[in-house]
Design a protein around this ligand. Structure first.
Ligand code: MG
Length: 162
């Protein structure tokens, strides 16, 4: 078994959609980034890559790659899941925390779990997504951005895929 950790943070800007866990959430501003800036999915990707002993998200999906402009991060997560499973790993579970002042994301968490479960190919109960607020503290408390942490546990498959 191997555990991995992931962290990501993006700044809020006007004129972008807010996408978290693959769900478009009504908000006057979205996260700035080269892809869709889905901070939760990026943290989950890095946790999976870390657990598998691979390099980080910036190595496989460089921010200057034009093909990745406004990319759907769930599609990038699918590529990471494929890389990890090619190395003979199965995802046991993923847990995560979303950290932002607003908007309230509670009503969207079940849909985020559904999206992640579908891409990672594990039941929704094996995906944890919690949301908490900075309580007004620091830059995130001033609504300047959003952050996410994730951990993943991988289990070596008995049959390795080629
Ligand atoms: Mg990111």
């Amino acid at each position: 078994m191997r555990v991995g950790i992931g962290f990501d943070q993006h700044r809020f800007v006007k004129g972008r959609k807010l996408i978290l866990g693959g769900v478009e959430i009504p908000s006057p501003q979205g996260l700035m980034g080269h892809s869709d800036a889905d901070v939760l999915v990026h943290a989950v990707m890095d946790s999976l890559l870390g657990a598998a002993g691979l390099k980080d998200i910036g190595y496989y999906f460089p921010p200057d790659d034009e093909k990745l402009r406004n990319a759907d991060s769930l599609r990038l997560l699918a590529e990471v899941v494929e890389m990890v499973s090619k190395d003979g790993w199965e995802v046991s579970n993923v847990d995560s925390v979303l950290f932002l002042e607003e908007p309230k994301v509670g009503p969207y968490i079940e849909e985020m779990k559904k999206n992640l479960g579908k891409v990672i190919c594990i039941p929704e109960r094996d995906i944890g997504i919690k949301a908490t607020t900075p309580e007004g503290l620091g830059a995130l408390g001033e609504k300047k951005g959003a952050a996410a942490w994730a951990v993943a546990l991988l289990v070596k498959c008995m049959k390795e895929r080629k």
